[in-house]
Design a binder for this molecule. Structure first.
Ligand code: GAR
Length: 204
C-alpha cells in the first residue's frame, strides 16, 4: 500500500498497545495514522491516550443495547451493526483490536473482510479468551508449562482469538518468573510485535 494507511483502533483496557502503535507511527516505522479510537468501557485509559494526541474517540458501551433487547444475540447484532457503521465512516484500511474485550459477530466482521486484526497474549490455538496470561501461569505452576507467547492474527469470523496468523512469537516462562514479570515480558513483546505485524499486513 503506497499511501499512508488509516487505522481505527478498538481497545477496552489501558491501551498500552494503542500507545505502541501511535509511537511506531510517530517514529515512521508504521506508515499509518490512527483516525479513531473506540473504547467500550468509560474507564478505559486508551481513550485518554487518544485524546492526549488529538485523536477522535468514541465510547461504545454494550449496556444500552442489552437494555433495549431481551435477546442477547439480537443486542449484540444491533450493537455490532451500529459500531460497524461508525467505524466504516472513517474508511479504515485496517480495524485494529488492541485489547478489545468484546466478541464481534458477523454483523461487524462482515463489513471488514480481511481488515480486522487482533492481538492475543498466547500462541495460536492456546488459551483463547480474556484470561490467557492467567491460564498460562496456572499451567506453568501446575504442570510446568515452559513457554507461552503472543500472536497477531486476522479475524475472519466469530472464532475466539483464532484466524490466519500474521506473526506469532514464543516467550519462555523462566523459573524465577512471577505472574507479574511474565505479564510485563509479554506486554513488551506485544509492543514490538504488534506494530511490526500491522506494517507487514499493510505492505502485503
Ligand atoms: C494485551 O495483552 C492483549 O494481547 C490482550 O489484552 C491486552 C491489552 O493490553 N488481548 C486479549 O487478551 C484478547 N483476547 P493494553 O490495554 O495494555 O494494550
Amino acid at each position: 500500500m503506497a499511501l499512508t494507511a488509516t487505522l481505527v483502533v478498538l481497545a477496552s483496557g489501558s491501551g498500552s498497545n494503542l500507545q505502541a502503535i501511535l509511537d511506531a507511527c510517530e517514529r515512521g516505522e508504521l506508515d499509518a495514522v490512527v483516525s479513531l479510537v473506540v473504547v467500550n468501557r468509560r474507564s478505559s485509559f486508551a481513550a485518554q491516550r487518544a485524546a492526549a494526541q488529538g485523536i477522535a474517540t468514541h465510547c461504545a458501551p454494550l449496556d444500552p443495547y442489552r437494555q433495549r433487547f431481551d435477546d442477547r444475540a439480537a443486542a449484540r447484532a444491533a450493537y455490532d451493526a451500529d459500531l460497524a457503521a461508525e467505524v466504516a465512516a472513517f474508511s479504515p484500511d485496517l480495524v485494529v483490536l488492541a485489547g478489545w474485550m468484546h466478541l464481534f459477530s458477523m454483523a461487524f466482521l462482515g463489513k471488514f473482510p480481511n481488515q480486522v486484526v487482533n492481538l492475543h497474549p498466547a500462541l495460536p490455538g492456546t488459551f483463547p479468551g480474556a484470561h490467557a496470561i492467567d491460564e498460562a501461569w496456572a499451567e506453568h505452576e501446575s504442570r510446568g508449562l515452559a513457554h507461552t507467547g503472543v500472536m497477531v492474527h486476522l479475524v475472519p469470523d466469530e472464532g475466539v482469538d483464532d484466524g490466519p496468523v500474521i506473526v506469532a512469537e514464543e516467550i519462555p516462562i523462566n523459573s524465577d518468573d512471577t505472574r507479574e514479570s511474565l505479564e510485563a515480558r509479554i506486554r513488551s513483546v506485544e509492543h514490538r510485535v504488534f506494530p511490526a505485524a500491522i506494517a507487514q499486513l499493510l505492505e502485503s
